[in-house]
Structures are given as structure tokens and as C-alpha cells.
Design a protein around this ligand. Structure first.
Ligand code: SF4
Length: 320
């Protein structure tokens, strides 16, 4: 079995005073063991809700989540407590995910204590120090507190906590976006090294296409709760089909003037995710929109090479 995770037609809707908010709308994909799937899109596109729904931090409205061959969509709380060690999360803001009153050793020991992994305190302390070594956190910080450390070191604590129970899948929710560029690179390299060493699978959620280019094997581009383009990472950067993905790519800074692309500026209003009508949700901002785009929603279609795109006019726009 090469697939660690299969997600089928997953939906997460919320009732709000003005109707139903479609935060995640009919999302399907698979993830392979030991690979990284990048989930990319602007703020509010539903990518974080998707990650939390997979880990059942939020209950899905409908759809299926199959983890290691087991349908976990409707597993009860007790069943999910048993699964939790295998599925972990790294959060965007380590400061808000850490307990300010816990020392570093207490933060890292917490999941091990909850799951009663060690009876012996000495073994527990030894494991905490091992985890600090694994994530490159100097042992001298063991009795310090989160506010005494910089963002990069705090994120290393978040990673150590996520690794403590030997997970197989980690959802990384914008884990480097709050860090400066140099620290971002260090954390990304650490995540890649840990993946190789421990055979981890990552779902890497970000708004930054250049970050996913660096770390992902596959990419799903999301727009207003839906996947609009999906393929291998290399394929996306050589053949970009969807007008929205083209606009995202054009915004990536390039190191030399020779490679400079023309920036596609998105104009027009964002479609409301509340009671969206049967239409392409990108239509109000799309340069290529026509009448059909405003009256029917395009399906995600495989254009070959497992490259899927949701656009009525994808062949015409790309000369396929
Ligand atoms: Fe643009 Fe129409 Fe394609 Fe949507 S379906 S991306 S509006 S051309």
C-alpha cells in the first residue's frame, strides 16, 4: 500500500446568519507514504480548515477520510485518541500553541505523559533530551520558557512535540510563515531531514508557492474551498494551467531580471463563500471569464500526466 491518506469529497460547511459558508467544498486527493503534499492558496481559501478537518480537530460535514486503509471519518473520540499519535500537527504560531507556564522540558514531555509512554521519570527525561537533539535545540534550553526563546527555537519545540509519539503523518499549517527568511530555510531543511530519517508524510499548508516548490512532491492549489489545480510539483512549475495558479506563480520574486515574468494582477471582487452559486468561483477575477463561467462550475479534469485542472477553457487558454 503506497497511500497513507485518501480524502474523498470532503466538505466542511458552517451555518452563519446569512446562509451556509462552504469552507471546504468537495475536496478529494491522495497522499503517498513518505511524500509531502503542498496545499496552497490565499488566506481564507479553506486550507487550514481542511488540515484541521483531517485531524478531526473539526468534524467534517460529509465525505471520507481514509488513513492507512481505515475509514476514520466517523471514528468516535475514543477511537481517535488511539489514532492521534500517528497523526500530528505543527502550528503556524508556536507561541500560541505552547503553554507559556510550561518549561521546554514540560512542553515536550506533555504528549508522552498524556499517552503514558514511560513509567519511569528518568526514561521520560532522556527521551525529552533526545527529541531536543533531534530538532537541533541545545540542551541548555531545557529549563527555559517559550518567551525566552526566538521564533525559530519555539517552532523547534512544536516540531519536537509533534515527533514525540512517532507519528506517520504531520499536518504542517504555515509552520514557517511567522519566521524570518533565514530561520524559514533552517526549519524547512530540518523538516526535510526528519522526513528522510523517520519516513514521515507531510501535508504542508502555505500561501507561499516558493516554499511548497522547495518542499513538496505534489501540490493542490485551493481557491475558495475547492481544489482548482492538482499535480506533481515539478509538473506544476513547468506546465501551469489554471489562470489563478498562473497569477500566484507570477507573484513569486525571481533572482535575476532575465527570468522575470510578467506579474498577473488579480482585479475584481472575491466571490462570497456563503451560498456560492453554481459557477466558477474565480470568474469575477479571471481575465478569461465568459458567460459559461458565471453559469456553471467547472469540474476538476485530468489533462494527462495526472495533472488535474478545474477550468472550462483550460485547453483553449493553454493551447492544448
Ligand atoms: Fe476563468 Fe472561466 Fe476558467 Fe473559471 S472556468 S478559471 S472563469 S476561464
Amino acid at each position: 500500500m503506497s497511500e497513507i491518506l485518501q480524502v474523498k469529497n470532503l466538505k466542511k460547511y458552517y451555518s452563519v446568519p446569512s446562509g451556509t459558508l462552504h469552507a471546504v467544498d468537495d475536496v478529494s486527493f491522495t497522499m503517498n507514504y513518505g511524500e509531502t503534499l503542498g496545499i496552497v492558496g490565499e488566506s481564507g481559501c479553506g486550507k487550514s480548515t481542511l488540515g484541521k478537518t483531517l485531524l478531526r480537530l473539526i468534524q467534517p460535514t460529509s465525505g471520507e477520510v481514509i488513513f492507512e486503509g481505515q475509514d476514520i471519518t466517523n471514528v468516535d473520540q475514543k477511537g481517535f485518541t488511539a489514532l492521534r499519535p500517528k497523526m500530528q500537527m505543527i502550528f503556524q504560531d508556536p507561541m500560541s500553541s505552547l503553554n507559556p507556564r510550561f518549561s521546554i522540558s514540560q512542553q515536550i514531555a506533555e504528549p508522552l505523559k498524556i499517552y503514558k509512554v514511560y513509567k519511569d521519570k528518568e526514561q521520560l527525561n532522556k527521551r525529552v533530551l533526545e527529541l531536543m537533539d533531534t530538532v537541533g535545540l541545545a540542551r541548555r534550553y531545557v529549563e527555559t520558557y517559550p518567551h525566552e526563546l526566538d521564533g525559530g527555537r519555539r517552532q523547534r519545540i512544536g516540531i519536537a512535540r509533534a515527533l514525540a509519539l512517532n507519528p506517520k503523518l504531520i499536518v504542517c499549517d504555515e509552520p514557517v510563515s511567522a519566521l524570518d527568511v533565514l530561520i524559514q530555510a533552517q526549519i524547512l531543511n530540518l523538516l526535510q531531514d526528519l522526513q528522510k530519517e523517520h519516513g514521515l508524510s507531510y501535508m504542508f499548508i502555505t500561501h507561499n508557492l516558493s516554499v511548497v516548490k522547495h518542499i513538496s512532491d505534489n501540490i493542490c492549489v485551493m481557491y475558495l474551498g475547492q481544489v482548482i489545480e492538482q499535480c506533481r510539483t515539478k509538473e506544476l512549475f513547468t506546465h501551469t494551467y489554471h489562470p489563478y495558479t498562473k497569477a500566484l506563480l507570477s507573484a513569486i520574486p525571481v533572482p535575476s531580471l532575465k527570468d522575470k515574468r510578467e506579474r498577473v494582477l488579480l482585479k475584481g471582487e472575491l466571490t462570497s463563500p456563503i451560498n456560492p452559486k453554481n459557477a466558477c468561483r474565480f470568474a469575477p477575477r479571471c481575465l478569461y471569464a465568459r458567460e459559461q463561467c458565471h453559469n456553471s462550475a467547472p469540474e476538476l479534469v485530468d489533462l494527462g500526466n495526472n495533472h488535474k485542472c478545474a477550468c472550462h477553457f483550460v485547453k483553449e487558454i493553454n493551447g492544448l
